[in-house]
Ligand binder design. Structure first.
Ligand code: PLP
Length: 461
C-alpha cells in the first residue's frame, strides 16, 4: 500500500471513531483550549519547520487535533447553522481533495461541472423557477448574496460594471438581515448608507403593509431601489418573511426581490414545511446554502436567478485566456461566478443527495423542525422560561428568568455536554438553539431543562 492509501486509511478510521464517539455523546461537544497550549500540544512549529509527517505520525497527531474540534455530530451540538456532513458529502471532500478539479472551466473537470449543472437544475426546480432560470454554486451564502445583488445592480444600472455606481441607489432590507447583505452593499459600491431599513414587527419580520413607507423614505432621500431583500428564514429567529405579499409588492413597483433563503430553502424538500417558502418563486434571485440543512460541509451554496440572463449579464468580462468559449464540448461557469478556481461543490451536494435522496433529506429537515417545535412545547411549560414565538424552523430562542443568559451558556460550554448559542431580538438577549444534529432528541432537551433548573435554583431568593 502506498503512503497515500495508508495515511487515508488511518485518517478515515480515526474519523469514523470520532463520529461514533460524538454521536454517542461520549466526548465533550466542544473544546476551548488556550491557543498557545494547543499549538504546543499539536507541535505546530516543529511540523512546519521539519515536515516528515507520515501515516504513523498522523495516527498519533490526528486524535489530538480532533480532541480540540467542535463535535457537530454530538446530540448536544445546537449552536449556529452548521451542517452535520452526511457520509456522502464528507466523502466528496475527500474525493475533491485528491482530484482537485477547478471545474468552473469544463475542460478542467467535466464530472464536477456536470454534477454542478444538474444539481443547480434540481435546485431551480425546487424553488419553482422555470426553464429560463439559471444558477451557480458558490463558496458560501455571503458570496451568493453578493452575486445576486450584483445581478440586481446590473439590471438597474447596466453600465455600473464599467462606469461605477451612481450615488442614488437604495437597498431595502429589514434591520436584522444577515450582515453579508450590508457587506454586499459596501462591496458593490452602494455604501452601507444606501441600506434603507424596512419596518418590521416585534419579531423582526418585514411588515408587508408598511413597504410603501420604505419606498417613500427612499424617494425622500433621493434614492431609487436597486433591490429589496426578504429573508426565509431569519438568522436570529428562524422566522420567515411573507414572500408572497412582498413579492406582489415588488412586482407592482418593478423592484428586484432578493430572497435570502440560505437557511430556510431546504424546507422546500418537506411536504409539510414547504409552505413556509410560499411565494419564493416570485423572487428575482434566491440563495440557498446546502451547508446548512442539506448536510454538506462548508462551503456549498447556490445563487438562483429566475431569469438566467440576469446572472450571465451580471459579469461583463471577455477576452481573457480563460473566457475563450471555443471548446468543442461542455460549458464554463466562469462567466457567472465571482470565484475563478472553485472546488467541486456539485459533488458535495450530489453525494449528499445520492446517499439520502431528496425525500430522505426532506425527512431530515422535517424531523429537525418537528423536534424544535417539541422543544418549544417543553420549554414553554417550564416555569421561568419564556419563548418569544413558536418556532417555524429548527431555530428556537428562549430566556430564563433570574439568571445571566450568557453566564449560563458559558457554564454549559465548560461542562462539555451542551453547546448552545445566543442572540438578541429587539435588543433583548436570548439563548438560541439550532437543532441540526441527527441524534439530538428529547433526552437532550431534558438535559438542558435540568441544567437550567439547577441554575435557577442556585440563584439566592
Ligand atoms: C440568512 C442568512 N444569509 C446568509 C448567511 C451567510 O451564509 P454563509 O455563512 O454561508 O456565508 C447566513 C449565515 O448564517 C444566513 O443565516
Amino acid at each position: 500500500m502506498d503512503d497515500y492509501a495508508l495515511a487515508a486509511r488511518v485518517a478515515v478510521d480515526l474519523l469514523a471513531e470520532h463520529v461514533r464517539e460524538a454521536r454517542d455523546g461520549l466526548a465533550p461537544v466542544t473544546a476551548q483550549p488556550d491557543p498557545d497550549a494547543l499549538a504546543s500540544e499539536l507541535e505546530v512549529e516543529r511540523w512546519i519547520r521539519e515536515g516528515g509527517m507520515d501515516a504513523a505520525a498522523l495516527a498519533k497527531w490526528l486524535p489530538r487535533y480532533l480532541d480540540a474540534t467542535v463535535r457537530l455530530h454530538h446530540p448536544g451540538s445546537m449552536v449556529h447553522q452548521v451542517g452535520v456532513p452526511s457520509t456522502g458529502a464528507a466523502l466528496a471532500d475527500l474525493i475533491h481533495g485528491v482530484t482537485n478539479n477547478p471545474m468552473a472551466k469544463y475542460e478542467m473537470g467535466a464530472a464536477g461541472a456536470t454534477l454542478e449543472r444538474d444539481v443547480v437544475r434540481w435546485l431551480l426546480e425546487k424553488v419553482g423557477f422555470g426553464a429560463d432560470g439559471a444558477g451557480v454554486l458558490t463558496h458560501g451564502g455571503s458570496l451568493a448574496n453578493l452575486t445576486a445583488l450584483l445581478a440586481a445592480r446590473a439590471r438597474v444600472v447596466p453600465d455600473a460594471w464599467r462606469q461605477g455606481v451612481p450615488p442614488d441607489l437604495a437597498l431595502l432590507a429589514p434591520p436584522s438581515v444577515h450582515y453579508s447583505i450590508r457587506r454586499a452593499a459596501a462591496i458593490l459600491g452602494l455604501g452601507e448608507d444606501a441600506v434603507i431599513e424596512l419596518d418590521v414587527d416585534e419579531l423582526e419580520r418585514i411588515r408587508p403593509d408598511r413597504l410603501a413607507g420604505a419606498l417613500e423614505r427612499s424617494a425622500a432621500a433621493g434614492r431609487r431601489p436597486m433591490a429589496l431583500v426578504a429573508v426565509a428564514c431569519a438568522t436570529s429567529t428562524g422566522l420567515h418573511d411573507d414572500l408572497r405579499a412582498i413579492g406582489a409588492f415588488c412586482a407592482e413597483h418593478g423592484i428586484w426581490l432578493h430572497a435570502d433563503a440560505a437557511h430556510g430553502a431546504s424546507a422546500l424538500l418537506s411536504d409539510r414545511h414547504r409552505h413556509l417558502l410560499d411565494g419564493v418563486e416570485l423572487a428575482d434571485s434566491v440563495i440557498w446554502d446546502a451547508h446548512k440543512m442539506l448536510r454538506t460541509s462548508g462551503l456549498c451554496a447556490a445563487v438562483l436567478l429566475r431569469r438566467g440572463h440576469d446572472l450571465t449579464g451580471a459579469f461583463h468580462q471577455r477576452g481573457d485566456y480563460l473566457f475563450d468559449q471555443g471548446e468543442a464540448i461542455g460549458f464554463d461557469v466562469l462567466d457567472r461566478a465571482i470565484e475563478s478556481t472553485k472546488t467541486t461543490l456539485g459533488l458535495k451536494l450530489f453525494l449528499s443527495l445520492a446517499w439520502a435522496g431528496e425525500r430522505g433529506l426532506g425527512d431530515y429537515v422535517a424531523s429537525r423542525y418537528d423536534l424544535t417545535r417539541r422543544f418549544y412545547d417543553m420549554l414553554s411549560r417550564e416555569p421561568g422560561v419564556t419563548c418569544p414565538y413558536k418556532p417555524e424552523s429548527n431555530i428556537l430562542c428562549f430566556r430564563v428568568a433570574g439568571i445571566d443568559q450568557l453566564a449560563f451558556r458559558d457554564r454549559l460550554l465548560a461542562n462539555g455536554r451542551l453547546h448552545i448559542g445566543s442572540t438578541t431580538i429587539g435588543g433583548e438577549r436570548y439563548l438560541r438553539l439550532v437543532v441540526t444534529a441527527p441524534d439530538t432528541d428529547e433526552a437532550t432537551l431534558n438535559e438542558l431543562v435540568r441544567a437550567l433548573r439547577a441554575s435557577r435554583a442556585a440563584v439566592p431568593a
